[in-house]
Design a protein around this ligand. Structure first.
Ligand SMILES: *Cc1c(COP(=O)(O)O)cnc(C)c1O
Length: 222
C-alpha cells in the first residue's frame, strides 16, 4: 500500500465534519510530498524545530499543526506560520504564543489539552482548570490567540472501554466549556483519535483525528 492508498482508504471512512491531520513526525519530506500530491494539506508534527525545517522546504499552502508538548522558549520558531497548536496546557504558554503571534501580526489558533488519560505521563489540564483559565481576566486580554477547541490523548491500553470513557470525558468537557464564547474563544474542535482508535473517537464526537502510522507506516525513532 502506498501513502496515497492509505490516505484514500482513511478519508473514505471519515464523515465530512472530521478533519484529518496527517501526522508526519520523523518522516522525510519526500513522504509528506507524496501525501501532498494526493491532496492532503493538513500535517501534524510533535517537535517544533522539525516542523519549522519541513515548513521551509515544503509548499506554503500546507497547514502545519503542532500536536506535541510545547516548550515556551521554542514558540518563537513557529510563530510566523503555525496554523493550530493542539497541546496548550497553561496560561503562561498561551501568553507566550500571544506574544509571538503579535510579533507577526497574526492570530494563532490553539486547543486546550485536557488530561483524560489515567497515565501520569500524559500532559493536560483538568476540565476545571480549563474553565477557570477561559473565564480569567488575564485570558481575556490575549488578543492574538484564539482558543478554538480541546484536545486529548487516551491512555495507551487495549482496554476499549477505558479509551471510550476517556473520549467521552473530553466530549463532555467540550460541551461544558462551549458556552464560554468570547472574542478569543469559540470552541468548535475536538481533537481526539489516532491510528488505533480514530473510529471510536469519531463515534464519541471527535471532529479532528491525528493519524500517523496508518498513513506513513511505522515510525523508526533510532
Ligand atoms: C504521534 C502522534 C499521533 C499519531 O499516532 P499514530 O498512532 O501514528 O497515528 C497522534 N497524536 C499525537 C499527539 C502524537 O504524538
Amino acid at each position: 500500500m502506498t501513502i496515497k492508498d492509505n490516505l484514500e482508504n482513511i478519508k473514505s471512512t471519515l464523515p465530512d465534519h472530521v478533519t484529518l491531520v496527517a501526522v508526519s513526525k520523523t518522516k522525510p519530506v519526500s513522504d509528506i510530498l507524496e501525501a501532498y500530491e494526493a491532496g492532503q494539506r493538513v500535517f501534524g508534527e510533535n517537535k517544533i524545530q522539525e516542523m519549522a525545517s519541513k515548513y521551509e522546504e515544503l509548499p506554503k499552502d500546507i497547514e502545519w499543526h503542532m500536536i506535541g508538548h510545547v516548550q515556551r522558549n521554542k514558540v518563537k520558531y513557529m510563530g510566523s506560520f503555525v496554523h493550530l497548536i493542539h497541546g496548550v496546557d497553561s496560561l503562561k504558554l498561551l501568553e507566550e504564543i500571544n506574544k509571538q503571534a503579535l510579533k507577526h501580526s497574526r492570530i494563532i489558533n490553539c486547543l486546550l489539552q485536557i488530561k483524560i488519560a489515567s497515565e501520569d505521563s500524559k500532559f493536560g489540564m483538568t476540565p476545571n482548570d480549563a474553565k477557570a483559565l477561559l473565564q480569567s481576566i488575564d485570558f481575556s486580554e490575549l488578543k492574538n490567540i484564539k482558543v478554538t477547541g480541546v484536545m486529548g490523548m487516551a491512555t495507551f491500553t487495549n482496554d476499549h472501554e477505558q479509551i471510550e470513557n476517556e473520549f467521552k470525558l473530553l466530549k463532555s468537557t467540550f460541551d461544558n466549556l462551549s458556552s464560554l464564547t468570547s472574542e478569543n474563544c469559540e470552541l468548535q474542535t475536538i481533537s481526539m483519535g489516532m491510528s488505533g482508535d480514530y473510529k471510536l473517537a469519531i463515534d464519541c464526537g471527535s471532529t479532528m483525528v491525528r493519524v500517523g502510522s496508518s498513513i506513513f507506516g511505522a515510525r523508526n525513532y533510532s
